[in-house]
Design a protein around this ligand. Sequence first.
Ligand SMILES: NC(=O)C1=CN([C@@H]2O[C@H](COP(=O)(O)OP(=O)(O)OC[C@H]3O[C@@H](n4cnc5c(N)ncnc54)[C@H](O)[C@@H]3O)[C@@H](O)[C@H]2O)C=CC1
Ligand SMILES: O=C([O-])CC(=O)C(=O)O
Length: 266
Amino acid sequence: MTVAIGGLGAIGAHLARALDAGVEGLRLTAIAARDQEKARRLIAGFRSTPLLVDLRGLAEHADIVVEAAPAAVFEQMAEAAIGRGRIFIPSSVGALLPRMHLVARARETGARIVVPTGALLGLDAVRAAAEGKVESVTIETRKPPRGLEGAPYLVENNIDLLGITTPRLVFKGNAFDAARGFPANVNVAAALALAGIGPERTMVEIWGDPGVSRNTHTIRVEAAAARLTMTIENVPSEENPRTGKITPLSILACLRGLTSTLKVGS
Ligand SMILES: NC(=O)C1=CN([C@@H]2O[C@H](COP(=O)(O)OP(=O)(O)OC[C@H]3O[C@@H](n4cnc5c(N)ncnc54)[C@H](O)[C@@H]3O)[C@@H](O)[C@H]2O)C=CC1
Ligand SMILES: O=C([O-])CC(=O)C(=O)O
């Protein structure tokens, strides 16, 4: 299958390099970048040169379109990919929550929207639990203050975390509101909501924590079949401290799952 990537930052550049290095059954055919010069430098050493197109053009050149750009440009990429019936893999999952009409549109065009586990863990177990009765799903996110810097919710509420010396709870509410207030920080909460009981019922706490050096997410699920408590501690990437290094790896694993003969995990 052919793959196109929109956005060449912490996630996209890593993914592009990995695909060019070789992944069985997958070929990188197109990329879109805001900084064209940087993109050219990235692909200069590639074994096979992908086309450099704009975000909307990606869907014309690949079976699978991976969105790895800021949430602000999510809609144009999603609409083009879904409109053409592609497999659309979003990174900015929070941007999907207020746009669930895209799922109905995908049903019409034959597109698929495949949400990767991303910086989170355990979505296989959450999905399994949600086949039965689920009482509650919560996620507690702790990030070093600079990993939350610039979030619209903090700006609107005049919350400055940079000088704090003790952990501070900055948001408590549902996943829908968390994604709106922290579009670049809690995509994991959106993915959890979609795997389980939806954005209104999935509860989120966001902490600015000067005591952690990793982006740390703990999910708790109380269900009829099982009780889950899971924590992941992500090493922030050098390019973008908001993004854990595991994220492009998760998308790569997700891509492999689309073509592999042996697939592990639901
Ligand atoms: N699902 C998950 O678990 C996670 C999702 N994310 C989300 O994934 C998205 C990408 O994250 P990163 O790679 O860390 O971001 P980044 O900021 O490192 O990279 C984004 C790239 O998109 C490019 N870009 C911006 N506008 C563009 C346009 N119009 N056309 C083409 N390229 C454009 C930027 O130049 C930049 O290179 C973000 O929305 C982030 O919040 C991040 C971490 C985990
Ligand atoms: O922990 C991470 O790497 C990123 C994160 O919270 C998100 O975008 O949801």
